[in-house]
Design a protein around this ligand. Sequence first.
Ligand code: SF4
Length: 362
Amino acid sequence: MRYVDEYRNEAEATRFVQALEGVVTRPWSLMEICGGQTHTLMKSGIDQMFPESVTMIHGPGCPVCVTPLELIDRALVIARRPEVIFTSFGDMLRVPGSTTDLLSVKSEGGDVRIVYSPLDAVKLAQQNPDREVVFFAVGFETTAPANAMAVWRANELGLENFSILCSHVLVPPAMEALLGAPDNRVHGFLAAGHVCTVMGYWEYDPIAEKYQIPITVTGFEPLDLLQGAYMTLKALEEGRWGVENQYTRSVSKEGNRPAQKLLGEVFEVCDRKWRGIGEIPGSGYRLRPELRQYDAELRFDVGEIVAQEAPECIAGEILKGQKKPHECSAYGTKCTPEHPLGAPMVSSEGACAAYYLYARHE
Ligand code: SF4
């Protein structure tokens, strides 16, 4: 197939659904890692085409959703400072902190700007030597190389007025945390294709081996997801485990080695708190000690910030597949995409937002 439309072909999708029905003999639960994949499942209606005995669990792979509330509060404190130009991708501007969001800070006079690349923020720092330029560096392994490049470039230029507010998260430790939990329900994973475009899938072999589960690197179009589910379910039915690659048009086992090298030069692995899940050991990146001068949290010393999540929110149970969004008492009433109470309603890639948008109300 050469064109994206071909990955949305209805007749092909029907053939895959028939193939799934032919292969599945017992109940299985699969987790699609990425919020983009959740979105495709709902938008295309694939979630309603799977055999009844197959349950899709919507994983924590939405970068906006898993950014801790405290970090958003820290961003708000920094963005209000008069000497700061606070830069971010557009999707973080409407994400509410404990009391307000970056868009409101901007409307109140804060210098908050949308950029399309972290290197644009570096340019802003060059153009405004009397201001402090901060970039909000959140996301998975997909966005980390560009942010690493921005820090590397700022360091090369000797810029002293550029920093990043960093909350990068890593997929494999989150998969291990889910699999190692006593209440784990996941039998197989559809791994996020774009993360593997950067990192490859060599990191997943030990996980598949340790937990004896199938992991299929999967793309984002409807036929990708159907094929990824078919490959994973076939492996489960045949009692096989290991890693397979459905997304061969973009992903190689070794991934993008130059990008991985850059990541290793700029970041080191650290423990990281995931919104809705909690702290996962070794699941984040922070700047290496020799580059900590680019860490906005250290530069601005915002102090201890403690944020309280809404008590009604059952995001953790949803991310582990124990409950569906519509089983939350706040879903669609107190909690909507316009007024989100918790992480999975914050971004359209979050599971609660996807259920709301595509009317999966029961
Ligand atoms: S509907 Fe809202 S409050 Fe309920 S789990 Fe989802 S994000 Fe949390």
